[in-house]
Every structure is written in C-alpha cells, then in structure tokens.
Ligand binder design. Structure first.
Ligand code: KG4
Ligand code: ZN
Length: 337
C-alpha cells in the first residue's frame, strides 16, 4: 500500500510517498526561506500563497520520481496541525480534494507525531518503548512513547521552545532568518568555554525546560561585548553548549525515571550536530542507543507525514469529508495505534 503525504504547516511544502513494503519511495520539498528572509521571519499570508503554488507540482514530481500513477495511491495524508492556519488549510484542501477525486481516504496527521516518527524512516529504526525528545521551532517536549500514538508528556518548556531560543539568539547575533542553521555555522568557529551561560532548571527535580533566561543571558553578553565581531562565534558556541547540557541532563533524568535506555531525538533543532553528538555521547555513556533522522528529515518534510499517515491509515484512523485543521493541537489528544 502507498500513502502520499503532504506537509504545509509553516514555511516548507513537503510531499512524499511511503510504501509499506518498500519504505519511502519518493520525497520532494520546496522551502520558502528565500521568500521570508527579506522580512526576517515567516509571513503567514505569503506562506499560504506559496503553498498554493507549490503543492500540485510537487505531487506530480514525487509520482514521476516513484514512477507511479494517481491510481497507485491508497490514501492521502496531510498535516492537520499544529501550525499556521492558512498554511495548514492549503495542504488539507489539496489532500482532501485529491482523496475525494480518487475515492480513497484522507488521513489527518499531527505534525509533531510526524517529527517523532521520522527516525523510523532510517535504517535501524528504534524499537518501542522509548523516550523521545522533540525539539522544534514551537515545541520542546520529553515524551514517554509506549507504542505509536501513545504519547505521555514527561516535561516541556515553560516558556520559549528550543528552536525559538536558537532563532532569537541568532537574531541578537545578527544572523539572518532562519537562525538555527546560521547559528550552528557560526558556533563551529567559536570557543564554547568562552562564556558561561546558565543551564536553566537543571536543578529542578522534573523534566521541564526553560529557555527564556538563556536568551536574556545572550542579550546581556551581546550588550557587554566591546567587540561583537570578535565575540559572536564564542557566544554562539557557548549558547549551544548550554542548550546541549540542559537537554542532555533532562533526557538522562527522563530515561532514569522511565527505566529506559532508548532515546529518540526529533524536530528541526535535532539537525544540530553539537546537540546530536552530546545526546549520542550520553547514550554511549549509559550503554543505550540514540536515534535521529537524517538532517533533512529533522526539519519539516513530507516523508514524516507520509509515514505517520501510513500508520494511522492502517489503524483505520482516517478523516471524514470535512477539511478540518487544528492550529493548536496537544499531542496527548491523539489516539493510540
Ligand atoms: O521542526 P522544524 O523544522 O519546524 C517546526 O515544526 O517548528 O523546526 C524549526 C526550528 C527552527 O527554530 C530552526 O531554527 C531550528 O529548528 N533548526 C536548528 C537547526 N536547523 C533547524 N536549530 C539549531 N541548529 C540547526 N542546525
Ligand atoms: Zn516541524
């Protein structure tokens, strides 16, 4: 069976086809980075209009790449939330209409479930149960995952998400949107020991995070510097180390509490090499295993939606004829599979 997946929750249009026997057979992505860069961030209305332009050509592209016809599809999955309402509606409308025309089910998918399952697209996929660290632009979550669809939140950010901290700190350092990848590049030239930034909430006996204070510490370092050109790579590297230490500490706590030794790390921020190696080191130290998606599947993409859509489709959890999206949608509301 084959599921077409459509992602359009923010600034990337992603389309892919997942085959339950062959795995991922095609994927394509259009990123709107160049379009939004001029404004320093995502402009929702421009995002929606661009998804309208991109989605149909991308669907044709993946069908061509996979040498498949529309008739070869068994379901069409789409990101139903969380995300920007206009952007979500474009993907939902496209998916729902295509499914209606082909007389096959449309499958609404939770964007964060897509991220969480993305490491299963790789060789050596994680076995259940595991602890998942989801770090994206809008979310920082530690989750106990018994099986697909069963998500027990162990901790989350009480203020900024990890990606937001990267993006805001990047802005303070004069790095253009999107901040995360630019900050990583700058940090690679810096000394992570040069500044000592706080490791927020590390002493609290829970799995929650707070990144707003770290951003303020970066702001103070920027203001205190008499030569920002000289210091900015050191600030970027020291900031990244503070985030890495904090995430590592909380992951270790969650693994201990759950008595587990498998850690899945997903979401846009998990593309960061420093964070990946810190979490990898943690799992080596514990004699466990860390699982990541390839960097292109850490950030938004259609492949993760096609995969999550396949699991929901097989469980009979398909949508009705309505086009429903959920700009806000707690992961814990999902049905287990
Ligand atoms: O998962 P994602 O693509 O979109 C959301 O669902 O939010 O995550 C985007 C976030 C942004 O905050 C971006 O700056 C961050 O992921 N990000 C990174 C890197 N690549 C993307 N942060 C740090 N290092 C990176 N290499
Ligand atoms: Zn995302």
């Amino acid at each position: 069976m084959r599921v077409l997946g459509i992602e359009s929750s923010c600034d990337e249009t992603g389309v892919a086809i997942y085959d339950d026997e062959r795995g991922l057979v095609a994927h394509a992505l259009h990123t709107q980075i160049a379009m939004h860069a001029e404004y320093g961030g995502v402009v929702p209305e421009l995002a929606s209009r661009d998804h309208v332009k991109r989605v149909v050509p991308l669907v044709h592209r993946v069908l061509d790449d996979a040498k498949l016809q529309f008739q070869d599809l068994n379901a069409v999955a789409y990101t139903a939330g969380p995300g920007l309402i206009g952007a979500l509606l474009v993907g939902a409308m496209a998916a729902r209409s295509l499914a209606f025309a082909l007389n096959i089910p449309a499958v609404p998918v939770h964007h964060m479930e897509g991220h969480l399952l993305a490491p299963m697209l790789e060789d050596n996929p994680p076995k259940f149960p595991f602890v998942a660290l989801l770090i994206s632009g809008g979310h920082t979550l530690l989750i106990h995952v018994d099986r697909p669809g069963s998500y027990k939140i162990l901790g989350q950010s009480v203020d900024d998400a990890a990606g937001e901290a990267f993006d805001k700190s990047a802005k303070l350092l004069g790095i253009p949107y999107p901040g995360g990848p630019g900050l990583e590049k700058l940090a690679s030239q810096g000394d992570a020991q040069a500044f000592h930034f706080p490791r927020p909430m590390i002493d609290r006996p829970n799995c929650d995070f707070s990144f707003a204070g770290l951003k303020t510490a970066v702001l103070n370092a920027v203001h205190a510097s008499d030569n920002l050109e000289r210091d900015k790579a050191d600030i970027a590297a020291s900031f990244t180390l503070a985030v890495a230490d904090t995430l590592t500490h909380k992951c270790e706590r969650a693994l201990k509490e759950m008595g587990l030794n498998r850690l899945v790390v997903a979401g846009g921020v998990s593309a960061n090499r420093t964070l990946r190696s810190a979490l990898q080191d943690l799992m080596v130290k514990r004699g466990g295993e860390a699982f990541f998606a390839r960097p292109a599947f850490c950030t938004d993409n259609g492949a993760m939606i096609a995969l999550a859509g396949m699991l929901r489709f097989k469980a009979g959890q398909v949508g009705d004829l309505g086009v429903t999206v959920h700009p806000r949608w707690p992961l814990s509301e999902l049905k287990a599979l």
